[in-house]
Design a protein around this ligand. Structure first.
Ligand SMILES: [Zn+2]
Length: 672
């Protein structure tokens, strides 16, 4: 077998594996570029005068604030139907009785009694419906990511512009209590925080009781501008018992009491938002994209009238991220830079003392600011990354230009007809919805197209008889040793555990502006075990001889003859072991290929298992913390191993070639 064809064949198998990994990655991991730009009050999102007398009002931002304080109650996994009103199916028939239905009594009552103060929406979350991804979306107004190019892998902190940062930089006090996931996402932002561990999903009460201990005292203390309480009991009850369990009824009733307690204490300048970050399946899990998982409840309440119209028949359906621009403008903050949500226009109506058209004009103003901000984001994003569709981008920018021109014209002569205002509102909404649809199309394909190529490539394994056949257990043990060395040298397959200090080995002063050298050093530190074992893999060709020479030697020397046995074997050993590699030169290359393929196969099984684990457990609480990072480490490890294997085999072939020509010269010399 030719050397070059062996190497080419190995490269081809490696390529098949890479293609399989790439296919899986593109379907499973969500990618987009994270921009670190921030919006600011001083810098309006576009040209044109700011609406509604923002100028001249001290402290006013893009829009004057409607509320000065906000209470955000996040009830984890509060599915929409948990809060839905209970309709009986026919006249006289009692409503269906399930543990999770109709337990939010107080919430229902307040919707009926105060229809101009309260609203229930069905909010739709973007998959994956895991808590951390939802928290990112609920504060940044953007779509989920997993690999964030340009983000800081050493921590989970959110680098994009978000509501919490905007509040903090405006000098408002944000007090947090509940799920400690927020600690990782917003380090050092809260003026006061009570974190409780979220890891134990079998514990329904620790977090909730912890919050309840602090909630009302904090609320009464007035030492806050935004109060966030993240309850976990409902979610944990889902994971432990599922929604169809009496415990769920108890948990929901408890949450209903919390809402009542808060409404009783609200002051006129405060808005109450109760939201579920996602729903749950029939069995209480979440993470995927099924209807039950993505539909969550969203409840708004204001002690002053907020909604001009009566309660709609069916709650309106809104994308979850629409809450972000809405809250930003209501609180008098700039909308976070990367937001692609749309303001909920109903909340920007003029309820008290309305002039003709004043509601429509206020709504158009809010939408126009929102559209300017989204247009600015698109402009910046498309200059930095190329993953949005050019044609659609142009269409949307044209749509925005037209809507914006129409809006400016209306501002010049606001006496224009109601119809013209409605047209502008519709155009702006079309633009915002188009942008969101385009971004979902480009960034958030949560599909699992995969694995076929893996199996194909893994199935290729040729066997040729010969003296060099390395047994499977030896190859598997070798691969396991590589993994074992990875862990025993203090590495773990999660991003925070990367040994960053390795970047400074030999460079205690740092590297100046160079980034590839520290990256190389950290990479070499992390994947040293994969590389060393892959390069050393051809050593396994000695395995068969190692096994056979052990056996006979012991038989030849009976017990008691130890001194002799220590000295003599070398003399008795027929040819030296390394020399036996020359036993069958014509088999050698084929044997190398076979060994390489076997090692590929074992590595392939490992990465296949990781991909399967990540996709089967995609609803697991820890998928983005544990299984997806594990897959990434395994994939990079595979690539490093395959390159190492290729190099190792090429090196052995080079040595074999040199030894062969030396042998030939020896034989020629003897013949002479
Ligand atoms: Zn959650």
């Amino acid at each position: 077998m030719q050397k070059i064809s062996v190497l080419l064949f190995l490269a081809w198998v490696g390529f098949l594996f890479y293609a399989g990994i790439a296919l899986f990655t593109s379907g499973f991991l969500l990618t987009r570029l994270e921009l670190t730009n921030h919006s600011s009050c001083q810098e309006p999102p576009g040209p044109g005068s700011l609406p509604w007398g923002s100028q001249g009002k001290p402290g006013a931002c893009w829009m004057p604030s409607r509320f000065s304080r906000l209470v955000l109650v996040l009830i984890d996994a509060l599915r929409f139907d948990f809060a839905q009103p209970q309709h009986s199916h026919g006249p006289g028939e009692p409503p269906v009785s399930l543990p999770f239905l109709g337990k939010l009594d107080y919430l229902q009552r307040i919707l009926e009694i105060q229809p101009h103060h309260a609203r229930l929406y069905q909010s739709k979350a973007d998959p994956p419906t895991t808590t951390m991804q939802r928290l990112k979306a609920l504060t940044t107004g953007s779509l989920p990511t997993f690999i964030d190019a340009g983000s800081n892998f050493a921590s989970y902190a959110i680098v994009e512009d978000n509501l919490i940062k905007q509040l903090a930089s405006a000098g408002r006090r944000v007090v947090f209590m509940g799920d400690d996931t927020w600690k990782d996402l917003f380090p050092g932002v809260f003026s006061q925080a009570f974190f409780f561990p979220s890891f134990n999903v079998r514990d329904l009460h620790t977090v909730d009781n912890g919050i309840l201990e602090h909630l009302y005292p904090t609320m009464d203390s007035s030492e806050w501008d935004m109060l966030i309480a993240h309850f976990l009991g409902v979610d944990h009850c889902g994971h432990k018992h599922g929604p169809h369990h009496p415990e769920m009824a108890k948990k929901l009733s408890q949450m209903d009491q919390v809402i009542q307690g808060l409404v009783d204490r609200l002051e006129n300048d405060t808005l109450l938002v109760v939201i579920g970050d996602h729903g749950m399946t029939m069995t209480g899990d979440h993470g995927g994209d099924s209807e039950l998982e993505i539909s969550a409840a969203l409840f708004l309440y204001s002690p002053t009238a907020l909604f001009p119209s009566a309660l709609p028949q069916e709650p309106e359906i809104v994308p979850q991220i629409n809450l972000v621009p809405t809250l930003a403008l209501l609180l008098g903050l700039p909308i976070p830079f990367g937001n692609i949500g749309e303001v909920m226009v109903e909340l920007f109506s003029v309820v008290e003392d309305p002039q003709p058209h004043s509601s429509a004009l206020a709504q158009a103003s809010a939408l126009h600011l929102n559209a300017q901000q989204v247009s600015r984001f698109l402009h910046t994003y498309s200059a930095a990354a190329q993953d949005l569709q050019i044609k659609e981008l142009h269409r949307l920018q044209n749509l925005f230009s037209k809507a914006s021109a129409d809006y400016q014209r209306l501002l010049q002569s606001p006496q224009g007809a109601e119809a013209a205002l409605q047209t502008v509102i519709t155009e702006l909404q079309q633009f915002l919805r188009g942008v969101r649809a385009m971004c979902i199309e480009s960034w958030a394909r949560f599909s699992l197209s995969f694995l076929l190529l893996h199996l194909l490539a893994a199935g290729i394994s040729i066997t040729t008889p010969g003296p060099f056949t390395v047994p499977w257990q030896a190859v598997s043990a070798w691969a396991l040793m590589a993994t074992q060395t990875f862990y025993s040298t203090g590495h773990q397959p999660v991003f925070p555990a990367i040994h960053w200090h390795a970047a400074f080995v030999g460079f205690p002063e740092g590297h100046g502006s160079s980034t590839w050298l520290p990256a190389l050093l950290v990479g070499a530190n992390t994947f040293a075990s994969h590389l060393l074992f892959a390069v050393g893999c051809p050593l396994l060709l000695l395995w068969p001889f190692l096994c056979e020479s052990q056996g006979p030697r012991k038989k030849w020397h009976p017990l008691g003859n130890e001194t002799e046995s220590r000295v003599k074997p070398e003399e008795e050993e027929e040819p030296l072991m390394e020399m036996r590699l020359r036993d069958a030169p014509h088999h050698f290359n084929a044997a190398l290929l076979q060994l390489g393929l076997k090692y590929f196969f074992v590595l392939g099984i490992q990465i296949l298992a990781c991909a399967l684990a990540a996709s089967i457990l995609r609803r697991h609480l820890m998928v983005w913390k544990v299984f997806a990072p594990k897959f990434i480490f395994e994939a990079v490890g595979f690539i490093v191993s395959s390159v190492g294997l290729f190099l190792g085999i090429a090196l052995v072939m080079r040595v074999d070639g040199a030894v062969s020509s030396w042998f030939r010269q020896l034989v020629l010399a003897q013949q002479r």
